[in-house]
Ligand binder design. Structure first.
Ligand code: SF4
Length: 424
């Protein structure tokens, strides 16, 4: 039986109990959320990943993408990226490798991490072949990843022949920017055939069920620029994904849904709510949304703005975006910065998220008290990036116990001293 089957049979599994404890959450309530599909706990039956709940009423989670490319194939650097991301708050890691010995990279990443690991098997099938892959190549890649212990997989099953009509009839500037979506579209056009992940979705579910892999239904039609946001192709895919969510849950397999890429801030609420509604409140996993196309070099910030707003409308899982987005394969430093910025967005969401608000607020209260006490060590301990906070503070020290911004005119100190004088 899969984790979903067991939750639906009213069993509080070890994974559910452990995840509930880590969240400070009632185990029975978490079981009900898992049973309904509103929370997923990605965990391969043979894997050792810590159970991380993703979805409604639990802390907003973040994923870090790592992986080699054809031009940069250092396995040790990708492992370093994974450990830096986890150290700075990544709850999961996705191996998106497309260069070198893909299986070796994946095995090493699985060995080196204790968080759930995700992949996009179509990359594996396409490497060295591009679109000259067969349906068997796709399913073999899925099986190979499942056997290796991968906990969740992005599958672009919603990209089908029907959606191609919306794509070709529409007026998009950037046709397809999802790598998996693009490979699928090109394969369908070249072979004049249906996407095997769509036409043989039940076979995919059989494999997922055998290894209890969580399916992340990819958004191959995610808009790649602000002008294409919330268009027909995106919503048509979301309608298809909604049907696939039901099919996936009926097979006893957990699933999430991936969401839009570039969206102006006034379109985020509408887009997120519509996808959640169409997909029966399946956990929503977002890359971005990037809120302007004009900030290459700063897309970790454009994405964090979009992610924070999306979280207010129901996004549950944010994919880290680095400053290298749209420009190059990220470095270790890019991954660190992207993870921290995404963590800030997730924390901002949780300060307003039902179910986790109180616990999150207590962390901010602790910081406020440390600030009031001018207790710098306590402030660095509370900070999302205490290392950077300490380094800035200690670069330009103050002669007193304040910081060098206001010195003796420190607002906190001035009022504190005045209150003390009056009382005593
Ligand atoms: S010196 Fe100014 S900036 Fe620094 S802690 Fe006091 S009030 Fe804040």
């Amino acid at each position: 039986m899969t984790l979903l089957d067991r939750a639906q049979s009213r069993e509080i599994t070890g994974e559910i109990r452990q995840a509930a404890e880590a969240e400070g959450f009632d185990a029975e309530r978490l079981r009900r959320l898992v049973a309904s599909g509103r929370v997923v706990i990605p965990k391969n039956v043979s894997g050792n990943a810590s159970p991380i709940p993703i979805g409604e009423s639990v802390r907003t989670k973040i994923n870090a993408n790592i992986g080699t490319s054809a031009d940069y194939q250092s396995v040790s650097e990708e492992i370093e990226k994974a450990s830096v991301a986890i150290r700075h708050g990544a709850d999961t890691v996705m191996d998106l490798s497309t260069g070198g010995d893909l299986h070796e990279v994946l095995e090493k990443i699985l060995d080196a991490t204790s968080v759930p690991v995700g992949t996009v098997p179509i990359y594996h099938a396409a490497c060295g072949r591009k679109i000259d892959m067969t349906a068997d190549d796709l399913f073999n890649a899925v099986r190979k990843h499942a056997e290796s212990g991968v906990d969740f997989m992005t599958i672009h099953a919603g990209v089908n022949r029907e959606i191609l009509k919306h794509l070709t009839a529409g007026s998009r500037i950037l046709d397809v920017v999802s790598r998996g979506g693009a490979l699928t579209v090109a394969w369908m056009l070249t072979n004049e055939a249906e996407n095997p992940f769509y036409s043989e979705f039940n076979y995919l579910l059989e494999i997922a069920r055998e290894y209890d892999v969580t399916i992340s239904l990819g958004d191959g039609m995610r808009p790649g620029c602000i002008a294409d946001a919330n268009d027909d192709a995106m919503f048509q895919e979301a309608i298809t994904l909604g049907r696939l969510v039901k099919q996936t849950r009926a097979a006893g397999v957990q699933c999430m849904v991936e969401g839009p890429g570039h969206v102006p801030i006034d379109g985020i609420g509408y887009g997120v709510r519509t996808i959640k509604h169409l997909c029966d409140d399946a956990p929503l996993y977002l890359l971005g949304p990037v809120v302007t196309d004009l900030a290459p070099g700063y897309d970790h910030i454009t994405s964090a703005i979009g992610g924070a707003i999306a979280g207010m409308y129901g996004a549950d899982f944010l994919c880290m975006v680095t400053p290298a987005e749209h420009l190059a394969l990220p470095t270790v430093e890019d991954v660190k910065e992207g993870t921290i910025v995404t963590k800030i967005a997730a924390h901002a969401i949780d300060l307003a998220k039902s179910g986790v608000r109180e616990r999150t607020l207590s962390m901010d209260k602790k910081m406020a008290v440390a600030r009031k006490n001018l207790d710098w060590d306590a402030q660095f301990e509370c900070a999302i990036d205490g290392e950077r906070a300490r380094s800035i503070h200690e670069t330009r020290v103050s002669s007193g116990d304040t910081c060098s911004m206001c010195g003796e005119l420190c607002a906190i100190k001035v009022v504190k001293d005045a209150l003390l004088k009056r009382s005593g």
